[in-house]
Design a protein around this ligand. Structure first.
Ligand code: SPV
Ligand code: MG
Length: 430
């Protein structure tokens, strides 16, 4: 019997996949190389279904003899292991982000006379189409909540952009670019206290209360499927925080970040221009562990945000606190800094590498924004949050339009700063 290898990143199975498997079956014994979450996210969005769920489905398809993981987008490792006579793949990868993968498959197969068979792509159905149909229905809190942990595991750095209402949520959800043979998009949303407050014209001092913040989250949940990290400010009173954690879990929020400040919270980007009062280590640790104890699922995460550098307390204080918060049960930490050169961030991350027990680390490079995602990942960060950029870019555009109408006593001249009515209608659901 000839050996046939089929690499697949399947999420929702459809008859296009079955056509490929049937073709492969005619050629010999079929091994499916199921692309890991990590491999899939190199060319597409994170699948809705987990790797194990995807494997179970494939194992139960007639004609599939074995399902093995394909850890990378590149086929080399499995091809060398199996030395198949055939690789079968739909002919839709001849152009686009997967072209280089295809070229390498052909080259490697030629070493032992193997052949690439490319059945015609099944028209009228595609995973992308199914995905948008899925999106129409929405997602469940369980699927969305666990997505962040899967992304942290699968990606060298998880890319997060701020959303402060439904429309900015839609931008994070939908925006895609194809660059350097890679399909790039945002992985998750940050519901920032700064931009949620600013959008309401209110100060970022925890004045916008929880009921209002939850309404913003709901508006975003309504129209998106990507995971949410909530800026939980100080988390408030310990007893209230415990209830908030369960509330967020129920909604399908993946993580909350709470900062170790006390008193009237002031935005970190003020630095020491205003009084920044830090919480005691003991109290903040208790807040973290109470939050962790109150959660119901395994998936929800609590990140402890270190404000030592913002408050001018120095590295040692930041490192001491990081250790304590991790011990108290924090699933991750956020180290914040407003220095432009990034030196103190580098110093912190260097010292952090020697911790015996490490957790994922978030970077918010609003000030040190010269660092690329690759560089941040190199420093040891697992998540990058662009914390306020959609709101900051929307405001000047709105101001310019308002001024132009005043200058001209009509809106004709302002039209060039606006998207068309047709466009705005087309981005809204239905
Ligand atoms: C936010 O986005 O609200 C934050 C980050 O907390 S920062 O504004 O930099 O403090
Ligand atoms: Mg904030």
């Amino acid at each position: 019997m000839k050996k046939v290898y089929v690499g697949m990143g399947t999420d929702l199975i459809h008859h296009g996949h079955i056509n490929i498997i049937e073709k492969a079956r005619e050629l010999g014994e079929v091994t499916v190389g199921l692309l890991s979450d990590e491999a899939v996210t190199k060319y597409s969005r994170m699948p809705f279904l987990s790797f194990d769920e995807r494997r179970r489905i494939l194992e139960n398809i007639k004609g599939v003899t074995a399902v093995i993981p394909q850890e990378k987008l590149d086929y080399e490792e499995n091809l060398r292991k199996l030395k198949p006579d055939y690789v079968v793949h739909g002919d839709d990868w001849m152009t686009g982000p997967q072209k280089t993968v295809r070229d390498r498959v052909i080259k490697i197969l030629s070493e032992w006379g193997g052949e690439l068979i490319e059945p015609e792509y099944t028209q009228g159905i595609s995973s992308t189409g199914l995905r948008s149909a899925m999106k129409e229905i929405g997602t469940t809190p369980d699927v969305r909540r666990r997505m962040l942990r899967r992304l942290i595991e699968a990606k060298s750095i998880v890319r997060v952009l701020e959303a402060h209402n439904g429309i900015s949520g839609l931008i994070v959800e939908e925006t895609k670019v194809e660059v350097e043979n890679e399909l790039r998009e945002f992985d998750a949303m940050w519901v920032s206290s700064l931009t949620d407050s600013t959008a309401k014209g209110k100060p970022d001092t925890e004045y916008v209360d929880r009921t209002s913040r939850f309404q913003t989250i709901n508006d975003i949940l309504d129209v998106t499927t990507k995971p949410i990290i909530l800026d939980g400010d100080t988390g408030g009173m310990i007893e209230h925080f415990a209830m908030q954690v369960r509330n967020l879990e129920r909604l399908g929020v993946s993580a909350v970040v709470i900062e170790d400040k006390s008193g009237l919270k002031r935005n970190s980007l003020f630095g020491t221009e205003v009084e920044q009062q830090l919480d005691s280590i003991e109290n903040f640790c208790e807040k973290i562990s109470t939050g962790k104890k109150s959660q119901v699922t395994q998936d929800f995460m609590i990140f402890a945000r270190l404000e030592s550098l913002i408050a001018g307390m120095g590295q040692e204080d930041a490192l001491k606190r990081a250790k304590a918060y991790i011990e108290a049960g924090a699933d991750g930490i956020m180290i914040h800094s407003r220095h432009m050169d990034g030196a103190e961030i580098k110093e912190f991350m260097k010292a952090y590498q020697s911790f015996d027990f490490k957790v994922p680390v978030i970077s918010v490079p609003s000030s040190y924004n010269q660092f690329t995602e690759d560089e941040l990942s190199e420093l040891g960060f697992n998540i990058v949050i662009y914390a306020n950029h959609l709101l900051r870019s929307a405001f000047p555009a709105m101001k310019k339009t308002a001024e132009t109408i005043l200058e001209n006593k009509r809106s004709l001249e302002a039209d060039k700063y606006c998207m068309s009515i047709k466009e705005i209608l087309s981005i809204l659901p239905n």
